[in-house]
Ligand binder design. Structure first.
Ligand code: NAD
Ligand code: DAU
Length: 355
């Protein structure tokens, strides 16, 4: 039995589905079901005793303690977070509450539980903290990609909150010996991603024939990682990673935002030709830049490749094609996501942005 936090979000639900499907091992999924959590992602596990869902907050000490002592997991895989950079710019409070205070509470409860285990269980226990390449700040075009020893230089309220949580995890290992590991990964894409993030936003706007907003000049670079490659990396780190270590996980797919959006448009032209707008790329619109927008992220994942034998297998073209097909085949999921709250967010973030 393992405990997953945030398992109804994008990466968490992909991880839960893969975990149950590939290992068959049961898990408890603790998720607050914020706007980003969606039980529809896990509909295929309905009634499956291997998936125990508990709605709750990682800040709730009594609840977390009860889950740990009641289910006795050998690992905690910690995804729960506020994850969207733009929202952290508009309203950072929840990022502090969940990403910093919530992680601190989870660590404190995990430590108390771990200290009560017998020697074998203690040695086998793992606390796996899922973090981001954004903690390392921004790269210049000629800089070497981020390694595990790159200095921390977070630039947004989101990345600052994730950096804080990384430091707490590290401190719990060094001070108390809690067998914790950290992974820092690059931009994920794939099924079930909430359409506030670039790739699903562009897919859904294009299908609706509305503009495709590119912040600034569109030359910012991200390193795209297909979500199932990420989930495989996490299972590998759980199985073979050394406590106290950090592992960087990337997709070897550096692209500018404009390149990504053109690739999505090209695939849509092929898979779902537009009746009204001609080529989808004609919808691309440059809008005001994100404040403090990091220019480039890139991951050097040679440590996890060399030491643990993981490497990404999905190519960007094939991964984008799978992602697009998934959204086209799940328009009911999309319809249910597009709530009043989602429309409000689009208005808050893009309302006054066109240049
Ligand atoms: P997401 O926003 O899609 O999902 C977050 C999940 O956490 C949701 O299900 C939400 O309900 C839950 N949650 C939020 N606050 C909670 C709380 N207080 N208690 C319990 N549950 C809570 O996020 P994601 O994109 O799946 O990211 C998962 C993790 O991976 C995050 O920690 C994020 O920082 C990290 N990460 C994401 C990416 C990416 O590209 N998406 C890249 C690097 C790292
Ligand atoms: O690098 C890992 C991070 O990737 C994760 O830690 C975050 O949780 C995740 O949200 C993601 O952050 P980004 O800010 O890189 O992702 P996003 O999809 O929001 O934006 C990707 C790039 O596209 C970024 O340079 C901003 C740009 N962008 C984004 C949106 C939503 C646009 O140009 N237009 C948009 O409308």
């Amino acid at each position: 039995m393992i405990l997953v936090t945030g398992g109804a979000g994008f990466i968490g639900s992909n991880f839960v589905l893969d975990w149950v499907g590939l290992t068959g091992e049961p898990l408890v999924n603790l998720d607050k079901l914020t706007y980003a959590g969606n039980l529809e992602n896990l509909a295929s596990l309905k009634g499956d005793p291997r998936h125990v869902f508990i709605r709750g907050d990682i800040n709730d000490a009594g609840l977390v303690n009860g889950i740990l002592t009641g289910y006795r997991p050998w690992a905690i895989v910690h995804f729960a977070a506020e994850s969207h950079v733009d929202r952290s710019i508009h309203a950072p409070d929840d990022f502090i509450k969940t990403n910093i205070n919530g992680t601190f509470n989870l660590l404190s409860q995990a430590l108390a539980y771990w200290q009560g285990l017998d020697a074998d269980e203690k040695a086998a226990f793992r606390f796996l903290h899922i973090s981001t390449d954004e903690v390392y700040g921004s790269l210049g075009s000629d800089d070497h990609p981020f390694t595990e020893v790159s200095p921390y230089a977070p630039n947004s309220p989101y990345s600052a909150s994730k950096a804080s949580s990384d430091h707490l995890v590290r401190a719990f290992y060094h001070t108390y010996g809690l067998p914790a590991l950290i992974t820092n990964c690059s931009n994920n894409y794939g099924p079930y991603q909430f359409p506030e993030k670039l790739i699903p936003l562009v897919i859904l706007n294009a299908i609706e024939g509305t503009s495709l907003p590119i912040y600034g000049d569109g030359q910012n670079v991200r390193d795209w990682l297909y979500v199932s490659d990420h989930c495989e990396a996490l299972r590998t780190v759980l199985a073979k990673g050394a406590p106290g270590q950090t592992y960087n996980i990337g997709g070897n797919n550096e692209r500018t935002n404009l390149e990504i959006v053109h690739a999505v448009c090209g695939l849509l032209d092929e898979l779902c030709p537009s009746q009204g707008v001609g080529r989808y790329s004609s919808l691309i619109t440059h809008v005001k830049d994100r404040p403090g927008h990091d220019r480039r992220y890139a991951i050097d994942s040679s440590k996890i490749q060399r030491q643990l034998g993981w490497r990404p297998v999905e190519g960007l073209e094939s991964g984008l094609r799978k992602t697009l097909m998934w959204y086209l085949d799940h328009m009911d999921w999309v319809k249910n996501i597009k709530t009043r709250a989602y429309q409000d967010w689009i208005e808050i973030n893009y309302g006054a942005m066109e240049e």
